[in-house]
Design a protein around this ligand. Structure first.
Ligand code: ATP
Length: 225
């Protein structure tokens, strides 16, 4: 397989802050699925949750610090450069404009996010632009709403390397190391003045401390719509 055709992984999220529950599974996907890179794309304005407690630029900086030492990891600021809410369908379209139509794109999602897919803007178009790679997230069931189940069934892959054969359109459920870490947990610990050490990279934690981030009381996530 020529390197130019290895799939590009796209990992979107709020990353408020990025933690090992994002990083370790992403590294496993980079290696197991033979991706050329994983692009971490923090959203500017999240569509499905409260406004984060730190700015998008600060979240991006934490993503940069977390990814800088790992070959194949890229911090991508495209959602910060686009006005308005951050819709993944627009992000994938902008990546397609950049890399063309032949390189496979793999949109990486945790199973909790995947279960909510039908609430995403123009969600059916996501598989026109990319494959979907779903990582099992601890505590999240993969019982899907019937509309999503019907969408998934004909697109489901059992061989991960088939992701290399087409540029988009398939769905892969990929087991990853189960790390029951959430950004909510990290924010809660920091707001209480407790240690978040070993849940996220030391460089990220140092930056958080040096800039006194996440000191204010935590706002819990709303119920997804
Ligand atoms: P919060 O606790 O604030 O809701 P989070 O930890 O879920 O945040 P996000 O930035 O919202 O982090 O997640 C981005 C993506 O990473 C989502 O697709 C989510 O499902 C996935 N993800 C987050 N944490 C994990 C984890 N521990 N294991 C697997 N996937 C994860």
């Amino acid at each position: 397989m020529p390197p130019a055709l290895r799939p590009v992984g796209v990992f979107g999220g709020t990353f408020d802050p990025i933690h090992y529950g994002h990083l370790r599974p992403a590294l496993e996907l980079l290696e197991t699925l033979e991706l050329s890179e994983v692009r971490f794309i923090p959203c500017r304005i999240p569509v499905h949750r409260d406004t984060p407690s730190i700015t998008a630029e600060q979240r991006l900086e934490l993503v940069r610090l977390a990814t800088v030492g790992q070959a194949g990891f890229v911090a991508d600021d495209r959602e910060l450069r686009r006005p308005g809410p951050s819709y993944m369908v627009d992000t994938l379209a902008s990546l397609r404009e950049e890399i063309g139509t032949t390189v496979p794109l793999c949109l990486i999602l945790g199973s909790d996010a995947f279960r909510e897919l039908t609430t995403w803007r123009r969600w059916r178009e996501l598989t026109d632009l990319a494959h979907l790679v779903v990582m099992q997230r601890p505590g999240a069931s993969l019982v899907l709403p019937s509309e999503l189940e019907a969408f998934v069934a004909p697109r489901l892959l059992d061989d991960s390397l088939a992701l290399h054969e087409r540029s988009a359109g398939s769905i892969l459920l990929q087991p990853v190391t189960q790390l029951a870490i959430s950004a909510t947990q990290v924010r809660t610990l920091l707001a209480r003045g407790q240690s978040a050490r070993y849940l996220l990279p030391e460089a990220v934690l140092t930056h958080i401390h040096n800039h006194a981030l996440y000191r204010s009381p935590v706002v819990s996530n709303p119920t997804p719509q």
